[in-house]
Ligand binder design. Structure first.
Ligand SMILES: Nc1ncnc2c1ncn2[C@@H]1O[C@H](COP(=O)(O)OP(=O)(O)OP(=O)(O)O)[C@@H](O)[C@H]1O
Length: 626
């Protein structure tokens, strides 16, 4: 029998195929199963137009058998098979796809499931096999043919024996090497996992031969091994089913089957989109935070399928960072896959799908916020931080998507509120949206800086997360209402009369304040009479771009230690302590110095800032206690 040679280009191509197209050897099984599925599909389509063919479902399946001793893995199907010519054309010419040709000839529109299109998948078998035999009998033919190849050397075709229509691919699996454990592909449990991973939604049964053991008949503890075919794949993808037929339990079991999380999903969304781009998606919002969510190791993304075949485990491009908590899958036939089917060409369709998904998640969250507040707050507890990071990132580019989804603790409502709710409640006289920063609501409640705003009866948003103030600064305003830190300069509250009174107070005591300032040096930029303090003698404020809270956060980061907020020491001139201070200013320089230092340190303590010299501070306390 004459050995036919691959054309020179084909040889190189085959070499490329085997060594560089695919990153994971294991996908050979996906490729061969997809071919078998295509071959059965072709029978199905033929039966649609040819009355002589009956398509009885039970006769169409794929079988996978592994023989460890002989190192042989066989993939059999009852599909359309190949004639001798088809073998020549499809297996002898790389990048020739009989499946694509079939799709074109039969004018199959999108929506049909034929998977093959590049004419290369078959050769991935050479990544794991040293020898590949294909025995096939075409539909309507009574002869069978055997194709055999060891790779780049070429192939042979000869007559063969086969009783029924279909194809058998017989792989002699390579010996193990230091780097690669080829034996894996002969282990039933491993094969089962691979089939589940890549080909779970192939529409025809994939039957895997499993070795099991049972008690020998007539014996009490004598076991024997036997072989049994087990259907491994789920076949009908849940996302193709009619939504009305599916129950909450169906979605929940899909969530756990796919290992999207160990929790119960808080919400699921089933999308069937058509139009500019058609795709199906099942998305989940988890109930609890994955343990690695707020770490660098966390990888966002959705599973991506094309015609039911897994293309990517985590396609990050499908989700914006601020919705990175979403789990689930997308299936679309409109994607431009690259030849390895492992990646997508950066494509318009994918962008369109991502945009649709983003809008859908946003709307679902808004709906949850409106209709099920308790659930939304559970969600926000877990992932609210990520939404706030989203507001801050990319220079606030996503604020339209996110500003109505964030919640903050409210001083008057004693619970979480939206910005819209806050603004809706604002009094006519109120110019700004006020916020205060601190570790916890209870601590912020007691902050002297909140006194004036709270006394006016205005609501204050409590920022307890590191990211809050940064996010809000990026947002700048909400529906034309600007944000104001209660510790900041102009609070827009005082009447003109009050303002000039405060101004004149600062003037009245200017020499006293100057003296305090010169003692404190660079520690503060200014000492002034406070407009906001009611019951406390002293506080720190900052007028500049950077608040004291932001300084705390930034200085905890590496290489940011030098960042300082402008600090202003504010003194309550109505407080009785101020009387003592005034007296000391007139009469006792040493006492004045002591009081200035103590007041400054108290202001730092209230602000949650460390005291620069704790020993000196306690010595000073002892001095006044004596
Ligand atoms: N099990 C099979 N039964 C019938 N024909 C097959 C079978 N396997 C492969 N073929 C034929 O061989 C051709 C080449 O297969 P190959 O896997 O290389 O490419 P493909 O499936 O067409 O495209 P892709 O590279 O996108 O998978 C197929 O198009 C099909 O015509």
């Amino acid at each position: 029998m004459a050995k036919k040679q691959f054309k020179a280009e084909s040889k190189r191509l085959l070499d490329l195929m085997i060594n560089s197209i695919y990153t994971h050897r294991e996908i050979f099984i996906r490729e061969l199963i997809s071919n078998s599925s295509d071959a059965i599909d072709k029978m199905y389509y033929k039966a649609l137009t040819d009355e002589s063919i009956r398509f009885d479902k039970e006769n169409y399946y794929i079988e996978i058998l592994a023989d460890k001793e002989k190192r042989v893995l066989t993939i059999k199907d009852t599909g359309i098979g190949m004639t001798r010519e088809e073998m020549e054309e499809n297996l002898g010419v790389i990048a020739k796809s009989g499946s694509l040709a079939f799709k074109k000839e039969n004018d199959l529109k999108d929506g049909y499931d034929i998977i093959g299109q590049f004419g290369v998948g078959f050769y991935s078998a050479f990544m794991v096999a040293e020898d590949v035999v294909v025995i096939s009998r075409a539909h309507g033919s009574d002869e069978a043919w055997k194709w055999e190849s060891k790779g780049a050397d070429g192939y042979t075709i000869e007559p063969a024996q086969k009783d029924s229509t279909g194809t058998e691919i017989i792989l002699t699996i390579k010996e193990n090497t230091e780097d690669e454990h080829y034996d894996d592909y002969l282990e039933a449990y491993r094969l089962r996992a691979l089939i589940k991973k890549y080909s779970d939604f192939i529409r025809y049964p994939i039957k895997l031969e499993m070795t099991r053991s049972r008690l020998k008949e007539g014996t009490e503890n004598d076991y024997e091994e036997y072989k049994e075919l087990e259907t491994v794949n789920s076949m009908v993808p849940i996302w193709r089913k009619n939504k009305n037929e599916l129950t909450e339990e169906d979605y929940e079991s899909f969530y756990s089957e796919k290992h999207y999380g160990f929790d119960k999903p808080l919400k699921y969304v089933h999308m069937n989109a058509s139009g500019q781009v058609s795709f199906n998606a099942i998305l989940y919002i988890p109930e609890s935070i994955p343990f690695d969510y707020y770490t660098r190791e966390f990888e966002k993304g959705l599973e991506l399928y094309s015609s039911g075949v897994l293309i990517m485990n985590k396609c990050g491009d499908l989700l914006p960072d601020h919705f990175s908590f979403v789990k689930g899958m997308v299936d679309s036939e409109d994607l431009s896959l690259n030849i390895s089917r492992e990646m997508l060409q950066h494509d318009r369709q994918l962008k369109l799908i991502a945009k649709n998904i983003k809008n859908k998640i946003k709307n679902e969250l808004l709906a949850m916020l409106k209709d099920d507040r308790e659930k939304y707050e559970t969600f926000f507890k877990a992932f609210g931080r990520q939404l706030k990071f989203g507001l801050y990132n990319d220079f606030g580019r996503n604020k339209e998507d996110l500003q109505d989804l964030v919640l903050f603790y409210s001083s008057t409502e004693r619970g979480m509120v939206t910005l819209a709710e806050y603004v809706g409640r604002m009094a006519d006289s109120q110019k700004y949206i006020y916020y205060a920063t601190g570790d916890a609501p209870e601590r912020i409640d007691r902050m002297p800086q909140t006194e004036l705003v709270a006394d006016k009866g205005y609501e204050i948003l409590y920022f307890t997360d590191d990211v809050d103030e940064f996010a809000i600064r990026m947002l700048m305003s909400y529906h034309d209402k600007e944000f104001r830190n209660v510790s900041g300069g102009d609070l827009g509250i005082e009447t003109e009369e009050e303002q000039s009174a405060d101004g004149s107070e600062t003037n009245t005591y200017s020499s006293l304040f100057d003296k305090m300032k010169s003692q404190l040096g660079d520690k503060v930029t200014k000492v002034r009479a406070s407009k906001r303090l009611k019951h406390h003698p002293v506080c720190l404020a900052s007028d500049g771009e950077l608040s004291i809270e932001m300084e705390k956060i930034l200085s905890a980061m590496p290489n940011q230690e030098g960042i300082k907020a402008e600090k202003i020491l504010e003194i309550n001139t109505q407080h009785e302590v101020f009387e003592t201070l005034k007296q000391a200013f007139e009469e006792d320089a040493e006492k004045f110095e002591l009081y200035t230092s103590l007041l400054y340190n108290q202001a730092r303590l209230i602000e949650g800032l460390p005291i620069e010299d704790p020993v000196e501070f306690t010595n000073q306390m002892i001095k006044i206690m004596k």
